[in-house]
Design a protein around this ligand. Structure first.
Ligand code: SF4
Ligand code: SF4
Length: 447
């Protein structure tokens, strides 16, 4: 077994609460009667709608074209009829166009599986196809990062001229409390993830692969090690100490290859490409069965939910349907979050659709919320001690509070990952992350 590692500076240890949802295999959710498919499910420019009201669409058909360099195509998650094209607001406050598809009554899982069936006689597609062919498949499938920012994968896997990828680092950390969808994927699809990794390794031509997994998922470490060994590969499965926010790519790289991404830079500048296990599984499906990214595993959890679990869900499914699949609410939730408790977005509209980036839905009762009042800063320095980016949260907040955005920028405000470690630790309950989000917005407006 390889020695356990972690990132050196800052970080916190919130209660994981992962056993709540990680009790059974992933369950496939019935397809929604009506799918509402947003055109902005990724970082960068929204896709442009390429169907019209009244059109019939087949599952997997492109319904939105990513026209800009940083964008991604969007596909129909079901077969049916385009009923409308509307504007909606997602839980992360993004306003976007969405294609409303009424699902064909006869559409079911067997149609999905027959449409995207693995062609066993095609041999080893990774060996057969060129790296550019593979990147083209990923682009055509609309694959994006599924662990956080939803950055278009075909852009990430295109190593810029003059740069070299020495390492492909696979992010199996899932450090956000409550979330377990990546854990389930590794337990249930280790072989497919290995094939996805082989494809990405070829795309970026990286000689070394490291799969980082926190020690609270030792069963996944073992599964991945077995899958690696069964193929005779030299990939390293790296167990990591449990520490938040290790799933952030900068912290993960410090932990596994001991290199630091420069301020404002990208991992490729230190010879690395990082990809989350969910995205790697989507690459596998795109390469080996031609399936675009039209569904994903979502954790539905929290003390307000009757039967927490993980559900494989079509993009565009109303979140209400996921809550119902999880047995509904056993108590009225005081807060519902899209994502995890540290970096997720609070929302209340249960008709909001699942997107490519929806890793979890967390519903909490009042018992789990901290209502302590905000007080004045006592200059305890705890926020500084836990900041993994080496920032001075207390000073940054004061500068932003006084409208001094230029000075905040000089103290590297833009390096803030909005991980929430500082706010979590602050005894004065100062809304530090809200302040940093506001400060960044204002600084961008001024520039
Ligand atoms: S939210 Fe920003 S300032 Fe606070 S700990 Fe995280 S990176 Fe540091
Ligand atoms: S943790 Fe809170 S109270 Fe302590 S220095 Fe930072 S902002 Fe002030």
């Amino acid at each position: 077994m390889v020695k356990t590692r972690t990132f050196p500076k800052g970080g916190i240890h919130p209660h994981g609460r992962k056993t709540l949802s990680n009790t059974a295999a992933v369950e496939r959710l019935p397809f929604p009667k009506t799918a509402v498919v947003p055109m902005s499910q990724h970082l960068g420019a929204p896709a442009a709608v390429c169907v019209a009201k009244g059109d019939s669409v087949e599952v997997g058909q492109k319904i939105g074209t990513g026209e800009s360099f940083i964008s991604a195509d969007i596909h129909a998650p079901v077969s049916g009829t385009v009923k409308d094209i509307i504007t909606i607001v997602l839980p992360n406050s993004v306003r976007t166009q969405a294609v409303v598809i009424e699902t064909e009554e006869t559409f079911d899982e067997s149609i999905l599986e027959n449409t995207f069936r693995r062609e066993l006689n095609e041999g080893d597609l990774v060996a057969k196809l060129s790296s550019q062919d593979l990147i083209g498949i990923v682009k055509k499938a609309g694959v994006v990062g599924m662990g956080g920012a939803a950055f278009p994968s075909h852009v990430k896997f295109q190593v810029p001229k003059g740069k070299k990828a020495e390492y492909l680092v696979i992010n199996g950390v899932e450090c956000e409390p409550y979330l377990t969808s990546d854990h389930r994927l590794m337990l249930e699809h280790a072989d497919e993830i290995i094939d996805g990794i082989r494809a990405v390794q070829k795309m970026i031509n990286a000689p070394q692969v490291i799969i980082g997994i926190e020690k609270n998922k030792m069963d996944a470490v073992e599964k991945m090690e077995k899958a690696v060994a069964a193929r005779g590969l030299t990939y390293i499965v790296q167990p990591l100490k449990v520490k938040y926010p290790q799933g952030d790519e900068k912290q993960l790289l410090k932990a596994v290859i001991k290199r630091e991404v420069p301020s404002g830079g990208l991992p490729i500048e230190i010879g690395a490409v990082v990809s989350n296990v969910g995205s790697i599984f989507a690459v596998y499906e795109a390469v080996f069965s031609g399936k675009p990214l039209i569904d994903r595993v979502v954790t539905v959890t929290g003390d307000a939910v009757r039967r927490p679990g993980n559900f494989r869900t079509a993009v565009g499914t109303p979140i209400r349907q996921l809550i119902e699949a999880a047995g509904g609410f056993k108590e009225s939730p005081a807060k519902i979050v899209a994502g995890g408790p540290m970096m997720g977005f609070s929302f209340f509209d249960l008709d909001s659709p699942v997107t490519k980036g929806t890793s979890g839905i967390l519903a909490l009762t009042d018992k789990n919320l901290d209502h302590s009042p905000q007080t004045a800063c006592i200059f305890c320095g705890k926020c500084v001690a836990v900041c993994p980016m080496g920032l001075q949260p207390t000073k940054l907040f004061r500068l932003i509070d006084n409208g001094n955005f230029d000075e905040a920028m000089k103290l590297n405000l833009m390096d803030c990952k909005e991980c929430g470690c500082c706010a979590y630790t602050c005894p004065a309950k100062i809304p530090l992350v809200h302040g940093f989000k506001y400060g960044k917005k204002m600084a961008r407006k001024k520039s």
